[in-house]
Design a protein around this ligand. Structure first.
Ligand SMILES: *Cc1c(COP(=O)(O)O)cnc(C)c1O
Length: 404
């Protein structure tokens, strides 16, 4: 399996990815179109502000937002977006971030908190979360009453944070209405909400002021890219805080459609976003991948994922102590995943030992571990057919060839 992989040349074990688009094992397979574009992009120079200005136009076309920016990932988009909400066009605040005289606040429904929101705090904001986890008590209470969001908005509030998932409430349009009543922008984390392609427009249409997507998940652009779509003034602030701005004032002429000096009143200092640089190759790679993603036949791709999941489930189901089911794609991920339940009393191993053992093999086999200890998941998105066969073969080897 993958004997000619470059990782072997460096003595690093290859991973067979049955876990989906997870960054820690490399995200996704970058598209050919993106790789070819990157190779050509590496062969010449370009002013990055010109390239970001063109990307902004393209992202605006695709999302229906006023403007856009290529970030080094969705998480970077959250941080840059928060920095823009804090600083606006104020060069002094940009230069001081993440420190400010008064701590800026981002209001979020508590059930929207994730580990990724560290990116929001990294810009210098404190997250004020509202609501409860009561729905899990079964009392009928709602997670977040809309008035709780309104009540938490104060003079210190710079934004409302929202994570777009099928389970998140209240509806985004309800939240944007409340926030806009108080002149506060809404930042949406939609990192993994593609496909469907419609989702590019959906959150902006519901009133979001900034929306962050990953470039390295289903878009299959470079892993270190993301898309931030949103309001022109906020994207201008992002550009001012992310681009390398070491420049002689006398000859500083950034593209005004992205970064109009008239709004800024001077040359910005290197901003808080400068460590999250995006190279010309990644930028072009993302744009090429975006075009290819939009043109892709998504029904055919979903059918291929479903077929792969069904054939994996059918191959595992007869094994002793194994029960499989296909989880609905809409629930948590974009592709239909196989849930593999292991009855440790019947099978030769339990799910936790099995998942650990697979990861220690060479090549490493990664299945989804979020539903341990009773089950694990197999995600079809990053598997080629021969790799899917290999995963089944390894599972059969661990579980024994015994059938029920
Ligand atoms: C993947 C993910 C991120 C991070 O995206 P990157 O592009 O890797 O920075 C943020 N939020 C959510 C919900 C995600 O699924």
């Amino acid at each position: 399996m993958d004997n000619d992989s470059i990782y072997r040349e460096y003595g690093v074990p290859v991973v067979i990815n049955a876990a989906g688009t997870k960054t820690r094992i490399g995200g996704s397979r970058i598209r050919e179109e993106a790789l070819e574009a990157m190779e050509r992009a590496g062969d010449a120079f370009v002013r990055l502000s010109d390239l970001q200005a063109r990307a902004s136009e393209r992202i605006a076309e695709v999302t229906g937002a006023e403007a856009g920016y290529v970030t080094s990932g969705a998480a970077s988009g959250l941080m840059l977006g928060t920095a823009a909400c804090i600083a606006g066009d104020d060069l002094g605040t940009m230069a001081r971030l993440p420190h400010t005289a008064e701590t800026p606040e981002v209001v979020m429904p508590r059930t929207h908190r994730t580990e990724y929101d560290h990116a929001i705090r990294a810009a210098g904001a404190t997250i004020v979360d509202v609501g409860t986890n009561d729905p899990h008590l079964g009392t009928g209470a709602r997670e977040t009453e809309p008035w709780e969001i309104e009540d938490a908005i104060t003079d210190a509030t710079v934004a409302v944070g929202y994570i777009a998932k099928s389970y998140t409430k209240p509806a985004l349009s309800t939240v944007t209405e409340i926030a806009h009543d108080h002149d506060v922008p809404v930042i949406v984390d939609a990192a993994a909400e593609l496909p469907p392609v419609d989702n590019f427009e959906r959150f902006t249409a519901a009133g979001a002021d900034l929306v962050a997507f990953s470039g390295g998940k289903a878009i299959r652009g470079p892993q270190t890219t993301g898309i931030l779509a949103g309001r022109q003034d906020l994207i201008r602030s992002v550009a001012a805080q992310q681009l390398d701005t070491h420049a002689a004032e006398a000859v500083w002429e950034p593209p005004t459609e992205l970064l109009d000096p008239d709004h800024l009143g001077g040359v910005p200092r290197q901003g808080i976003g400068r460590p999250m640089k995006v190279g010309k190759e990644e930028l072009i790679g993302l744009l090429a991948a975006l075009d290819a993603f939009i043109e892709e036949d998504h029904d055919a791709r979903t059918a291929e994922w479903r077929e792969r999941s069904e054939s994996i489930a059918a191959a595992l189901e007869p094994l002793a102590g194994v029960h499989t089911e296909i989880a609905a794609a809409e629930k948590v991920s974009v592709a239909p995943e196989v849930h593999v339940h292991i009855d440790a009393a019947v099978a030769q191993t339990d799910a936790t030992s099995l998942v650990g053992a697979l990861r220690r093999e060479e090549p490493r086999v990664f299945v989804g571990a979020d539903s341990l200890p009773s089950s694990f998941t197999i995600n079809p998105m990053c598997l080629r057919d021969e790799e899917a066969d290999y995963v089944v073969e390894r599972l059969r080897a661990h579980l024994g060839e015994n059938t029920d």
